[in-house]
Design a binder for this molecule. Structure first.
Ligand SMILES: Nc1ncnc2c1ncn2[C@@H]1O[C@H](COP(=O)(O)OP(=O)(O)OP(=O)(O)O)[C@@H](O)[C@H]1O
Ligand SMILES: [Mg+2]
Length: 293
């Protein structure tokens, strides 16, 4: 069994952070391990506060996993501050496995999730160790030092960020005007994924995307193929996003998306059985899942 460790925030509503990541790993047949850098008080209406994991506890969890288990890949999301970043770098020592960095700096409502010295440490210590870094538009502006607004800006920023050490950069275009465009750059080639904007505020899109990338890398995909495979999964998972409350953000889950696919298959089987005159049931649990979507 392959194992991926995610190190990021804990969201008790399971829409982002380590729970979202582990859901992604499991849905692709990879065992997920998780260590929270912080607990983020959040739900469908946004973030109300954050509490860092005590460093001693964080370090002990890392040591335990590191000593006891072979790791095939690591994803880092919310890093909070320089001390957590140093420990992630220490964990990577002597390991030749994919490291995907989602350089989260703030939550959707502007709550700071990485300090200024943390940003400096991320650039100096983590980017040189990264296989792929996946900034959104504001993060790409901060990491590159240029104001990113358009696709040509995204390409220029990707060039500048690549110089800081990662093997590839993917700038996510959820925050640009109009339809989103994601830009991939590996130092020799640019690729772009243009998409149709889904008219929903979906929670955890960035976490889901970087969790997909590290999963495909661990499954043996090349950097470019991991990009395309993740884009395809994101499109499907965004379409299958759902609300956990009447109002607020939509949530997404590749686990639930796969379950819906299984349900679709079950419905087809049951439909065929009922045509056959055998035991097809009209109201098996799958139909309810469809009504709830
Ligand atoms: N409204 C949308 N419609 C279609 N795709 C979207 C939409 N919003 C984001 N995406 C896609 O979702 C992925 C994540 O991009 P985004 O720019 O939202 O990251 P992020 O800001 O880091 O997310 P988060 O707010 O979860 O941290 C990208 O592949 C992006 O193109
Ligand atoms: Mg993000």
């Amino acid at each position: 069994m392959k194992n991926i460790l995610t190190i990021a925030g804990y969201d008790p509503s399971s829409g982002a952070g380590i729970v979202r990541d582990v859901d992604t790993f499991f849905s692709l047949g990879i065992h997920g391990l998780s260590i929270p850098t912080c607990t983020v008080i959040q739900g469908p209406k946004g973030v109300a506060g954050t509490y860092r994991t005590p460093l001693k506890l964080f370090g002990e969890m890392l040591n335990l996993l590191e000593k006891g288990l072979p790791l095939n890949g690591i994803k880092a999301g919310v890093c909070c501050d320089v001390s957590y970043i140093r420990q992630i770098a220490r964990l990577m020592k002597g390991k030749n496995i994919p490291l995907v960095i989602d350089p989260v700096m703030t939550a959707k409502n502007g709550t700071k999730l990485l300090t200024e010295t943390g940003i400096q440490a991320l650039i100096k210590i983590l980017l040189p160790l990264a296989t792929i870094v996946t900034p959104n538009i504001p993060e790409a502006s901060r990491l590159s030092g240029i104001q990113v607004q358009t696709v040509p800006d995204m390409k220029e920023a990707a060039r500048l960020i690549l110089k800081k050490g990662p093997k590839a950069v993917i700038i996510k275009g959820g925050h640009i005007k109009g339809n989103p465009v994601d830009v991939f750059y590996n130092g020799t080639e640019f690729m772009q994924k243009k998409k149709r904007r889904i008219n929903r505020e979906v929670h955890g899109t960035g976490c889901s995307f970087s969790a997909l990338i590290v999963s495909y890398l661990v499954l043996g995909y090349s950097l470019k193929d991991a990009f395309w495979a993740s884009e395809k999964m994101m499109e499907e998972a965004l379409k299958a996003s759902y609300r956990i409350d009447k109002k607020g953000y939509f949530y997404m889950s590749t686990g639930i998306m796969n379950r819906l696919k299984v349900t679709d298959k079950l419905e087809i089987i049951n439909h065929e059985k009922s045509i056959d005159g055998s035991t097809g049931r009209k109201d098996h649990p799958g139909n309810k899942a469809h009504r709830d979507r």
